[in-house]
Design a protein around this ligand. Structure first.
Ligand code: FMN
Length: 210
């Protein structure tokens, strides 16, 4: 199995979502002799801008016009990231909650890889269909204050619903979410972390037995 690990945290040893994601990966590795892991660090690895050039290239494709030389280069860079994404059999994302949603680098990644004809198709009568089928994903979310059930005044989580929707949109049928929360406002964080790691190990074992 080729697992793509997409790390959306800026933090290294302090990242709680990364720690839980690594627990999952280590557990999976214990039981899988042929596990290949590719790690995409969104805040460190090269990620093309989805700027005027990229949008121009996308619009040129829609209207079947020729690319300029710059648009061609921009589109090739985008295709490279897509190919790396599409070549995986499974995904693990670790995602900090930022301002009730996802970090901007993850949105940039999504805008880069979610292209018509690559990630999804469109039928004027039937609507959209995901093209990245036969894959599965786990998303580890970390939030400092928010947790499921906290009063509204303490924020919201648009990240879980958005990522669930996006992954299903591109065709990933099996999506699991794991929350390590709250990471900051928490009188018993040790318990929260232990539970999150134990859920990560359980999920890894379920994947092994699939
Ligand atoms: C820019 C920024 C925005 C944040 N926004 C939220 C938020 O809306 N809700 C929340 O509960 N925590 C928020 N936090 C706290 C992080 O979610 C928390 O520190 C989490 O543990 C980060 O994930 P990591 O430990 O994997 O890096 C924010 C942190 C940063 C840096």
């Amino acid at each position: 199995m080729k697992l793509l690990h997409i790390n959306a945290s800026t933090r290294a040893s302090d990242s709680q979502s990364l720690d839980v994601a690594n627990t999952f990966i280590n557990e999976l590795g214990k039981n899988s002799s042929n596990l290949q892991i590719d790690t995409f660090n969104l805040f460190e690895d090269e990620l093309p801008e989805f700027d005027g050039l990229a949008v121009g290239a996308k619009m040129a494709l829609f209207s079947a016009s020729d690319f300029s030389a710059d648009q061609k280069q921009a589109w090739e860079n985008i295709k490279k990231v897509f190919d790396r994404f599409a070549s995986a059999d499974a995904y693990i994302f670790n995602v900090p909650l930022w301002n009730n949603s996802i970090p901007y680098k993850l949105k940039q990644f999504i805008d880069v890889v979610t292209q018509p004809g690559w990630a999804f198709g469109f039928d004027p009568a039937k609507g959209y269909s995901g093209l990245l089928t036969g894959k599965k994903a786990i998303v580890v979310h970390a939030s400092g204050v928010y947790y499921d059930g906290i009063p509204e005044a303490f924020g919201s989580d648009f990240a879980t619903a958005y990522l669930e929707d996006w992954l299903k949109f591109i065709g990933v049928e099996t999506v699991e979410h794991l929350h390590v929360a709250p990471t900051v406002m928490n009188a018993d964080y040790t318990k929260t972390k232990t539970e999150a790691k134990s859920s990560a190990k359980k999920l890894a074992n379920e994947w092994t037995n699939d």
